[in-house]
Design a protein. Structure first.
Ligand SMILES: Cc1cc2nc3c(=O)[nH]c(=O)nc-3n(C[C@H](O)[C@H](O)[C@H](O)COP(=O)(O)OP(=O)(O)OC[C@H]3O[C@@H](n4cnc5c(N)ncnc54)[C@H](O)[C@@H]3O)c2cc1C
Length: 304
């Protein structure tokens, strides 16, 4: 009801709409024109192995709650910041798992047609860090429904997980062991946004042709790439940024994290312009040296 009233208000006064969940993946301009909605719908409801979650529930709580209900499927997505309602926007993914593998449906209010809509998985048009919802405020998500596993199928062959399990002498891990391993890995690898404000990975891993990858490997022998099913190669954006010596690079208050080169941290005084400027500097250098365009992963608001 509140979502409908808010949209009606925006329409009545000719205001554009911005939507914010936990705010962990948005780079905000100094001024945000229009009406900004903070989505806070709560509740986690189970029906067998199906779980429906309010858009305002903290994502990591969803992971822990489902594990406590002996349902697996989200353990590799542990500790991703933000709320459940934002999870479909960029099809969150980590450590070999993506939301699209477990999502059953999304309920959203269509602020153009002024009606409620249910999206099944194909209608979400999920891709790597992309969905039909990304890039506009048309659909305001109120809940997501997931289909989880009552029988555990581990995804453990992702770099880092096997080593982490071995280090802790876990021979036959359960879903909670994977969740713990992922949490430990994330805590050591990524700068904590509470201490070093950041939006996580700033660039998507670019996907290039195999020919281009092999040519680049002649010069950059240590360039990490993962072959895709269609023969193309997904290249590590962090590896590229590292290789070009950009780790620690600064533009006034914005800095490429010295802990993880895919992360841009606000050293306290960074403006929207500083972040944009540093990102552009990186994109330009990467393009000049490798002929690869790095796409930005977080969302800049307002939408341009
Ligand atoms: C340290 C760190 C690590 C991260 N690691 C990962 C990772 O491993 N994998 C990964 O995929 N992402 C990662 N992220 C990105 C981020 O956690 C996800 O994108 C997350 O889903 C954002 O949730 P949020 O609630 O904070 O969204 P917000 O930042 O508030 O919003 C993100 C986008 O979603 C839209 N949106 C939010 N809620 C709704 C809603 N209810 N309805 C419609 N639109 C909505 C917003 O308009 C905006 O466009 C990381 C971020 C940080 C800071």
């Amino acid at each position: 009801m509140q979502i409908e009233s808010a949209v009606n208000y925006a329409k009545q006064y000719g205001l554009s709409i911005n939507i914010i969940g936990g705010g962990s993946n948005v780079v905000l301009a100094e001024k945000l024109p229009g009406l900004t909605l903070l989505i806070r719908n709560q509740g986690i409801h189970y029906q067998g192995s199906e779980v429906t979650v309010g858009a305002g529930v903290v994502w990591h709580e969803v992971v822990l709650d489902t594990l406590a209900h002996d349902l697996s499927g989200l353990e590799n997505l542990a500790l991703i910041p933000g709320f459940a309602g934002a999870a479909p926007i960029q099809n969150i993914g980590a450590y070999g798992q993506e939301l699209s593998n477990v999502l059953r449906s999304v309920r959203a209010y269509d602020s153009d047609r002024l009606c409620w809509v249910n999206f099944d998985r194909p209608a979400c048009q999920f891709e790597y860090r992309h969905s039909t919802f990304r890039g506009s405020s048309r659909y305001i998500i109120s809940s997501v429904t997931l289909t989880l596993n009552s029988v555990f199928h581990p995804i453990r062959d992702y770099p880092g997980i096997t080593e982490e399990l071995e280090k802790h002498k876990v021979a036959s891990p359960g879903a909670s062991d994977i969740c713990d391993a992922v949490c430990r890995l994330r805590r050591t690898k990524l700068p904590d946004p509470d201490r070093y404000p950041n939006v996580g990975s700033f660039f998507k891993n670019p996907v290039i042709s195999r020919d281009q990858y092999l040519r680049l490997r002649e010069e950059y022998m240590d360039l990490t790439g993962w072959e895709q099913l269609d023969g193309s190669v997904k290249v590590s954006a962090a590896g590229i940024i590292d290789r070009l010596g950009l780790k620690g690079e600064r533009l006034r208050g914005a800095q490429v994290s010295t802990q993880h080169s895919l992360v841009i941290v606000n050293q306290g005084s960074a403006t929207f312009g500083d972040i944009e400027g540093l990102a552009k500097k990186i994109q330009d250098l990467v393009f000049r040296k490798l002929h690869i365009h790095l796409d930005i992963e977080p969302i800049t608001l307002p939408f341009s």
